[in-house]
Ligand binder design. Structure first.
Ligand SMILES: NC(=O)c1ccc[n+]([C@@H]2O[C@H](COP(=O)([O-])OP(=O)(O)OC[C@H]3O[C@@H](n4cnc5c(N)ncnc54)[C@H](OP(=O)(O)O)[C@@H]3O)[C@@H](O)[C@H]2O)c1
Length: 244
């Protein structure tokens, strides 16, 4: 199969890291389904740009992943649009502070729903239609070392890490399942009030001494997409932060 025959579905693909993953998979000749939630206009713009560079190579679906009852709709949409699915990238995520004291049940449901239940149910639905290919989960280095004040997020990503390894066993030998764990790549959008000094402090001690770039994550995804003898692995792309 030529790469150009392949189809990728990227959740949260309209903006930031997800959009770069979409662009690089498309540049690697995949046809792409861009999933979004609130960023429909960004997703449509990206679709337009990609279809302009290669006709009929991109489509968009909007869906709130916190509503986990109809997730197979995304897979069905992909098959309807392009006839197959070869690579599912579970990138969408919610990230907000949840201290133990203040954590509410609905916050927990939201974080676990988007960051863990949705990737699991999407993978389940994908596995029903995929005869080969791969699933790639975008995790976080805080899956292994908790981020203070972000208990629910850390738990959800730890679950996604185990899901990656567990699915690799469940879905072998036909479907490979791997993860990419980013370190600091883009500041959260609500970090506008974070001072330059605070950002500088957060990066202090990072072995490579600089924040990463969305393309660092996207390159790792493209690599894992083609890595035919790798499954059950999680690649940290983090400037060395996980070894500190
Ligand atoms: N940024 C970093 O430095 C960093 C560091 C470590 C790990 N990561 C991981 O890398 C991935 C991408 O990071 P990012 O910073 O680009 O992510 P982000 O901007 O925080 O979120 C990515 C997308 O997730 C989608 N999303 C959120 N809630 C959703 C919901 N209820 N239903 C459907 N989609 C939903 C949003 O789509 P819409 O915009 O369409 O609503 C959003 O654009 C995430 O998995 C993140 O945990 C990032």
């Amino acid at each position: 199969m030529n790469a150009s025959d392949k189809v990728a579905l990227v959740t949260g693909g309209a903006r930031r890291i997800g959009a770069e993953i979409v662009r690089q998979l498309h540049a690697a000749e995949y046809r792409v389904v861009i999933h979004c939630n609130g960023s429909a206009s960004d997703a449509e713009l990206l679709k337009e740009q990609l279809n302009h560079s290669r006709a009929d190579s991109a489509d968009v679906i909007a869906h709130n992943l916190a509503e986990t009852s109809h997730l197979s709709d995304l897979i069905e949409f992909t098959i309807k649009s392009f006839g197959q699915l070869d690579c599912l990238v579970n990138n969408a995520s919610v990230f907000f502070p949840t201290s133990l004291e203040a954590l509410t049940e609905s916050e927990l449901d939201q974080v676990m729903g988007v960051n863990l239940t949705a990737p699991l149910l999407l993978s389940q639905a994908a596995a029903r239609v995929m005869t080969s290919g791969c699933i790639i989960n975008i995790i976080d280095i805080y899956a292994e070392k908790p981020l203070k004040g972000y208990l629910a997020y850390s738990i959800s990503k730890a679950g996604l890490h185990m899901l990656t390894r567990g699915l690799a066993l469940e879905l072998a030998p036909n479907i490979r399942v791997n993860g990419v764990s980013p370190g600091p790549i883009l500041w959260p959008e609500d970090a506008a009030e974070m001072s330059e000094e605070e950002k500088h402090q957060r990066l202090a001690g990072l072995p490579l001494g600089k924040i990463g770039n969305p393309s660092d994550i996207a390159k790792a995804v493209v690599f894992l997409g083609e890595a035919e003898f790798i499954t059950g692995q999680v690649l940290s792309v983090d400037g060395g932060q996980s070894v500190v």
